[in-house]
Design a protein around this ligand. Structure first.
Ligand code: PLP
Length: 447
């Protein structure tokens, strides 16, 4: 059994047996582990000190770059000042400060922030707020939720129910009742090798009219979509699609939730994708980039009328029976405030906007390599679909992953046979070139 030796601490476990890794083929991993023990700026380092270029901002979260001094110091300071304080019936000042900063970045009257600890909790919280919102307004019949095929909203029961990734759903029983799905916005025949938002597909939002026709609007609480579906391989919204969804939701009194766990905090060149598309949803979920991945945090930003609907009844009574022990944890708040400062002081969202055309040109240069079926990009994200090999879906992808880490010295993210590239915002143009060279090398090695 390989060991996790080589890390700095003597108390590192001496074999790899006990840890059950999430979303990982554990047996293959433990035969040939990919261990990381340190990071700085654009790089990870293995326990032996080998640099690994981070082409994925970890899991689309370390947007500001790794171990940024000001964020590290803010976390250290906060740990020494206030380890933890509850936000049930008490509160600490940083949670208020951070809420104001986030509300300020969000478009329109998205003015109120509910904190949790992850993207999954954010999605489940948003769905619960939607159901409760209709309830407190006397519309308790609005109990249906609408997601989308190929959507990813985390791994809670709410998230997998509205999500549209078959493997995340099929092992877990009956899921939530009363859920429908819009069709995926992806169609290779019409969209292959498009840079940015495809021309084809805006009309797919009209499927919501069909769902309304089937069940009646009076039974539908909310629609949740990612403005760019990330985990199923970077599927940017077709032109006009999100605007159309907004129109239909408004027409029928259905709440529109944008899941911006990936797209929030700059990934598409704006604080939120909602701004890029000029659409104000009723709620935005966020996580990941809010702390640049340093401390777990998630949340839901809610429009004023939604929040106001709850602020009724006796003042001593709790308005929403929902929350998590660590909602708005002081370390997470400190990390988030320092992260937002870095984004602002270094103009990082603007930087993403400026890099997007070069990034898209660079990733499209992989067209023509063996097995490449399609390439997509938007903001500082991109994906390359590879043809599966004869051993079944995901086998070629795993080969790419192994080669890229062990031989090429780069962290890629694989979703089956799709390579996802989503680097930190501090990436240089030379490093964009390096990512593409190393990705090309890994694609060829797995041909
Ligand atoms: N929603 C979206 C759009 C995501 O991409 C993710 C994670 O990748 C989640 C929710 C779940 O986030 P977490 O893994 O923090 O629970």
């Amino acid at each position: 059994m390989p060991t996790a030796d080589g890390a700095a601490h003597a108390d590192v476990p001496n074999d790899l047996n006990a840890f059950w890794l999430p979303f990982t083929p554990n047996r293959a991993f433990k035969k040939r582990p990919r261990l990381i023990s340190r990071s700085k700026d654009m790089h990870y380092y293995t326990p032996e000190g080998r640099p690994i270029l981070d082409a994925t901002a970890a899991l689309w979260c370390c947007n500001a770059g790794h171990n940024r001094d000001s964020i590290v110091k803010a976390i250290q300071r906060q740990a020494a000042e206030l380890d933890f304080a509850p936000n049930f019936q008490f509160a600490h000042p940083l949670a208020f400060q951070l809420s104001s900063r986030i509300a300020d970045l969000a478009p329109g009257d998205l003015d109120h922030v509910f904190f949790c600890n992850s993207g999954s909790e954010a999605c489940d919280s948003a769905l619960k707020i939607a159901l409760a919102y209709h309830n407190v307004r006397g519309n308790g019949s609005r109990i249906r939720l609408v997601g989308r095929e190929r959507g990813y909203h985390g791994t809670g029961f709410g998230g997998i129910s509205v999500g549209g990734m078959p493997n995340n759903r099929r092992f877990f029983g009956s899921l939530l009742a009363g859920v429908d799905h819009l069709p995926s916005t992806y169609n290779r025949e019409h969209q292959a090798f498009t840079k940015g938002e495809p021309e084809w597909g805006g009309h797919l939002a009209d499927a919501l009219e069909g769902i309304v026709g089937l069940h009646d609007a009076s039974t539908i609480a909310a629609v949740i979509v990612e403005p760019m579906a990330g985990s199923t391989g970077v599927l940017p919204a077709p032109k006009g699609y999100l605007q159309r969804l907004r129109e239909i939701c408004t027409k029928y009194g259905i709440l529109l939730i944008f899941d911006e766990v990936i797209t929030g905090f700059g990934r598409l060149g704006f604080a939120f994708a909602a701004e890029r598309y000029g659409v104000v949803p009723d709620m935005i979920t966020f996580a990941k980039g809010v702390t640049s991945g340093t401390v777990p945090m998630g949340g839901v930003i809610v429009r004023k009328p939604v929040y106001d609907a709850f602020m009724q009844g006796p003042e001593h009574a709790i308005e929403l029976f929902h929350g998590y022990t660590y909602s708005g944890h002081p370390l997470a708040c400190a990390a988030a405030l320092a992260t937002l400062d870095v984004y602002r002081d270094e103009n990082q969202f603007e930087r993403v906007k400026g890099l997007e055309p070069k990034w898209c040109d660079a990733i499209m240069s992989l067209r023509g390599l063996p097995n490449v079926l399609d390439i997509r990009c938007v903001g500082l994200t991109g994906a390359v679909d590879l043809a599966p090999n004869a051993d079944g879906p995901g086998e070629r992808g795993y080969k790419v992953l192994e080669h890229s880490f062990h031989e090429a010295g780069i962290m890629l993210r694989m979703s089956g046979d799709t390579i996802e590239l989503t680097p930190p915002f501090i990436i240089s143009e030379a490093q964009i070139g390096e990512i593409m060279d190393k990705t090309a090398e890994s694609i060829k090695a797995a041909a």
